[in-house]
Design a protein around this ligand. Structure first.
Ligand SMILES: Nc1ncnc2c1ncn2[C@@H]1O[C@H](COP(=O)(O)OP(=O)(O)OP(=O)(O)O)[C@@H](O)[C@H]1O
Length: 251
């Protein structure tokens, strides 16, 4: 199979194909990318990758180490600028926005969870979870009250007063998920969110993350190399040699 279309359904209700390179953005998708290229020195991290996700959908991005999964996530989130190709979010072209607008959009609409929680070590877990709300302009009391509700939802309300260095890896990841979802993002970008956890903790974090995302209709771009993590998604996309393909197309 040589098609680079990335979204035909893999045993899920998602059936539409992604927009191909050069085609008009499809309004049924919340976020889509077409013909992404990104080169680092002589390494082509992305080589014509397409991707699309609907509102509330959970899509696992899988593939071997070094295939371009994280680079795809970074381009979709506007963290990294692709050398060529387009990223369209709610009808807006991310690739033509200036840095300030892209940063503002990331703060207002996107949430992030990385492999190692990346919590701010000086802040308590409660303050960490409330950080996006504070950045959005909420007062301390309101931000912390909402953050406390998220910690409870992620079953870590008891660590609110502790600092990240005083909690377990699994607890820290739950705080990171609470922080990512607290401000109500439309898209959650999760890059190996359970990669540093044992399987039991990983399963629980995935259950809580996907339950919360489904309830709030948050789309999730979930980068993982583990099929048991990808099993929580609605469909899977495989990245190989910088190109994204649907599972159906790849197998
Ligand atoms: N900032 C960078 N500078 C130089 N090379 C990079 C950079 N980021 C990624 N690469 C290279 O681009 C390719 C794709 O990397 P990427 O991190 O996207 O892959 P990945 O599929 O997420 O890998 P892994 O599963 O190991 O995290 C790799 O060859 C990597 O070494």
């Amino acid at each position: 199979m040589t098609s680079t279309a990335s979204t035909a359904s893999a045993a899920s209700t998602a059936t539409a194909a992604s927009p191909g390179a050069g085609s008009a953005p499809d309004s049924q998708f919340l976020l889509s990318a077409s013909g992404l290229h990104k080169t680092y020195g002589s390494t082509a991290a992305l080589d014509g990758a397409d991707f699309a996700i609907r509102s509330g959908e959970i899509v696992a991005v899988m593939g071997p180490s070094g295939s371009g999964k994280s680079t795809l996530l970074h381009c979709l989130a506007g963290i990294v600028q692709a050398d060529a190709g387009t990223v369209t979010y709610r009808g807006q072209d991310l690739t033509s926005m200036n840095d300030a607008r892209r940063s503002a959009l990331r703060r207002s609409d996107f949430g992030f969870v990385f492999q190692f929680g990346q919590l701010v070590p000086e802040l308590t877990c409660l303050e960490n979870a409330g950080l996006p709300l504070r950045l959005a302009g909420l007062g301390r009391k309101e931000a912390e009250s909402r953050a406390a509700a998220w910690l409870e939802r992620l079953e870590v309300e008891d660590v609110g007063r502790k600092r990240p260095g005083e909690v377990s890896g699994g607890q820290g990841q739950r705080v990171a998920v609470a922080r990512a979802l607290a401000a109500g993002p439309r898209v959650l970008f999760a890059d190996e969110p359970t990669g540093a956890l044992d399987s039991l903790n990983g399963e629980r974090v995935m259950q809580l993350l996907t339950e919360a995302a489904r309830e709030s209709k948050t789309a999730v771009v979930l980068v993982t190399h583990e099929s048991r993590v990808a099993a929580y998604s609605d469909r899977e996309v495989v990245v190989r040699d910088g190109r994204a393909r649907s599972m159906a197309g790849a197998l």
